[in-house]
Write a protein that binds this ligand. Structure first.
Ligand SMILES: Cc1ncc(COP(=O)(O)O)c(C=O)c1O
Length: 403
């Protein structure tokens, strides 16, 4: 390791690991189709009213460090949003902490809770950063699972077994709607998970960054609507619902008044103090994003309609292929097909993704990066013409490598 820490070996993000090769191919004149990065602003312009609010904030001189807890306007807007959407009564002064994206919330979560040998429960397949951030903080994962055969619902029996003899569990993290599966947990499932967390006295964390990107008849339920009275944390932000990932705005909501929740908040705030501030003008822009209900509805409705159409189109093409099959998504903008690896002449999903980029110039993410071997994650944000072309290339690649 030399001068480097052991923990830093866990850093990185599988979503980006092939970006360098993709860039080299593009530089050599190849038309690479990228289905790897879940960045909505590449495909849908950030709404004008939000951009205008950002510019207005700058013109008003809002370029100072903001209060480390987050701008009052943003925290008030978040509280109003959660009252409107989920009937919650959050304390603006204490319960909402602004962060530089959900990514920073995850850094705080692990920094505050994990000591060497502590554990956290996450479900396979998981969002790529969860495992690395846990390990950087010397924590170890206990894996529950989303069951592909059951529409990616949580396998409750497996979870109960996994928790049985485990000690020092600091938190259990669910993702709803889910990245990488693109599915939404139903209310009953969340109730069961809350019961299990209570029985085992575990803090529940729900990453709900896609909570407005729900379609195909699914209904989203926030953990906060169910976990009242138990210790829990909600992670959310502006990257997806407000189509502004580059603003780097997120927030952590800790509604509980119990001793643990209070101390957790105090400790998170100390980390927030040490990084001084979240992007100031962006906080004002996102506050306007949430408060201007009419404009927001217009842009999110358009985006979700398009995403549903593109995702359903991708789903249809995948299931027409004999080389892949997938669960139909109803949220976020991903699909996670299983490769019929016995029919394709590749060792595993890693080789598949690598060669697919080199030979067919389509960039996807290997499922093993999400803890789901022999799957690939496809981002369903590009227009149907692009997705159609990419799926044709994937099909030709599979046929050429038919085993
Ligand atoms: C489930 C999930 N959580 C967190 C993030 C990161 O969010 P942010 O841009 O707020 O850091 C992403 C980004 O793709 C995500 O899919």
């Amino acid at each position: 390791m030399g001068i480097f820490s052991e923990a830093s070996g866990h850093a990185g993000n599988p979503v980006e690991e092939q970006d360098k090769i993709a860039k080299e191919l593009i530089d050599r004149g190849r038309k690479v189709i990228k289905l790897s990065r879940g960045d909505p602003a590449v495909y849908f312009k950030t709404p004008k009213y939000i951009i205008d609010a950002y510019i207005k904030a700058l013109k008003e001189g809002k370029s100072q460090y903001e209060y480390f807890y987050g701008a009052q306007e943003l925290r008030e807007a978040v509280a109003k949003r959660y009252r409107r959407m989920y009937g919650l009564n959050l304390d603006v002064e204490e319960d909402i902490i602004a962060t530089n994206g959900v990514s920073e919330s995850l850094i705080f979560l692990n920094s505050v809770l994990m000591n060497k040998g502590d554990r956290a429960v996450m479900f396979r397949p998981f969002y790529t950063l969860y495992e690395g951030l846990l390990e950087i903080n010397h924590g170890r994962a206990i894996y529950g699972s989303y069951d592909e055969g059951d529409g990616w619902a949580i396998d409750l029996d497996h979870l109960k077994k996994a928790l049985k003899n485990s000690k020092r569990i600091k938190y259990m993290l669910i993702t709803n709607p889910n990245n990488p599966t693109g599915t939404v947990l139903n209310r009953k499932m969340i109730e069961e998970v809350v019961d299990i967390a209570n029985d085992n006295d575990i803090m529940l964390v729900s990453d709900e960054i896609y909570d407005e990107i729900v379609f195909n008849g699914a209904t989203f339920t926030s953990l906060a609507q169910i976990a009242k009275g138990t210790k829990h944390v909600i992670l959310n932000g502006a990257s997806k619902n407000f189509d502004s990932p580059g603003f780097r705005i997120g927030f952590m909501i800790v509604p509980g008044k119990d001793k643990i929740s209070k101390e957790f908040k105090e400790r998170v705030v100390k980390y927030a103090q040490m990084r001084l501030s979240v992007n100031t003008p962006a906080q004002y822009a996102v506050a306007e994003g949430m408060n201007n209900i009419k404009e927001h509805k217009r842009s999110i409705d358009h985006m979700v309609r398009e995403i549903a159409d593109r995702t359903n189109f991708t789903y249809k093409m995948i299931n027409e292929s004999r080389y892949m099959e997938a669960v139909r998504p109803n949220g976020a903008f991903y699909i996670l097909p299983k490769l019929n690896i016995r029919d394709i002449n590749v060792k595993d999903d890693t080789e598949f993704a690598k060669r697919l980029l080199l030979e067919a110039n389509v960039q996807v993410t290997r499922g093993s990066g999400f803890g789901s071997k022999n799957h690939i994650r496809i981002v369903t944000l590009p227009d149907k013409k692009t997705i159609g072309e990419a799926m044709d290339r994937i099909e030709r690649f599979c046929r050429k490598n038919n085993r």
